[in-house]
Design a protein around this ligand. Sequence first.
Ligand code: GDP
Ligand code: GDP
Length: 451
Amino acid sequence: MSLRVAIAGRPNVGKSTLFNRLAGRRLALVHDAPGVTRDRREADAKLGDLHFTVIDTAGLDESPDGSLEARAQLHTETALQSADVILFMVDGRAGITPSDSHFASLVRKQHKPVLLLANKAEGRAGLDGAMEAYSLGLGDPVAVSAEHGDGMSDLYGFLRPHVEEASEASVDDEVVELSKDRPLRLAVIGRPNAGKSTLINRLIGDERLLTGPEAGITRDSISVDWSYNGQPVRLFDTAGMRKKARVKQKLEKLSVADGLRAVRFAEVVVLLIDAEIPFEKQDLQLADLVSQEGRAIVIGVNKWDMVENKGERLAELKEMTERLLPQLRGVELVTLSAKTGKGVNRLMPAALKVYEAWNIRVSTGHLNRWLEETVARHPPPAVRGRRIKLRYVTQAKSRPPTFVGFCQRADDMPASYTRYLMNSLREDFGIWGTPVRFTLRKGKNPYAEKS
Ligand code: GDP
Ligand code: GDP
């Protein structure tokens, strides 16, 4: 998966010039008149040893109507949405204009990692503009010259971790045994202040991350390699990303967006919740994200040291989980205190266990014996006077476990029955802590004819 890097900014700041430098070909139009480059262009790009995709956005205006500028804005927004990271460019010599602020607001809405470039800064020109650029709220500006190639090492430093992460982020469908050569990809996600940084510190056993009562204080790097009982683990730290994006006031939205990135990266996700304020809206959103993306999950119930009536609380939490997260039925709750360390040692065994469930392969023979029994125990209903027949089930893939049932009248099958099958699959094969997919397809056993 190639990292997608969009270059955004008002017309004439030098986007196409940078695009050409990175793409190494003269693909985009460069012109002195503002707004000459209209269309979005993409190219394979290279910076040092980094390979990625660069997207040039159209120069655009604030024109609200159906004029060319408004259309260009639409192009830009689409380009920004399709990007993983954004380079936001201003003209360091010209200073910040209202148009820059307008584009900056489009960029901020994306909640993506942004590097702010103050261009045309060759020979120390543009330093004033660079200072002014702080006001855009997109972090520290970096002085560059797209034309002369100045500042490319800063750009490299920014892009590198993202490029590396993107090249690892494709989760394949094959069953993969964990080994010493293959790290388990683990992400810790959760609301700000749930205790993610404290937990990661505790897990990796040193104090490399800064933690504090103020949400969002932590270090820069995005993933940490570490080893648990000899098993390499690549730990994805969302708290670290939050600082990168530097959008303090939008923490709520941001942590869900961060969560998505982390979840995509991960095989196993630890959703960390606060025992005192469990299952807030954001916790549920994040859990849902994990389920939609089909990753294995463990719920860490943190700050357990603060809970007085532990037995009662745990029962409550279990009830809430069943009720609020039916799609993750049976997910394990690991109560712990990241602060004192108590219970933290139960987290990794739980993560490795759900990893196995996530990878499970059930043979077709096994599944069909199971189907016979399961249908006999509780037959499908009759719809319009005829009993629906379900004859055959196979596992289409794992990661997450995905099953397909074949049924002549798939459309008539009530959802409640499919749910029954899914829950039976979970129970009978012990598939906990991962989403399970079950779909019905119209038709007979597709393999019957062959045999
Ligand atoms: P775009 O509209 O943002 O794509 O901007 P262009 O790439 O077309 O550049 C607009 C103008 O700025 C052109 O005349 C470029 O030659 C000039 N330009 C681009 N980068 C630099 C730079 O680093 N230094 C200087 N002095 N001029 C630049
Ligand atoms: P993050 O925003 O999710 O990374 O949260 P932090 O790790 O920065 O923790 C937020 C606050 O919760 C800090 O003040 C921590 O000291 C506190 N905290 C974290 N874990 C625990 C815990 O297990 N028990 C208690 N009582 N406080 C904790």
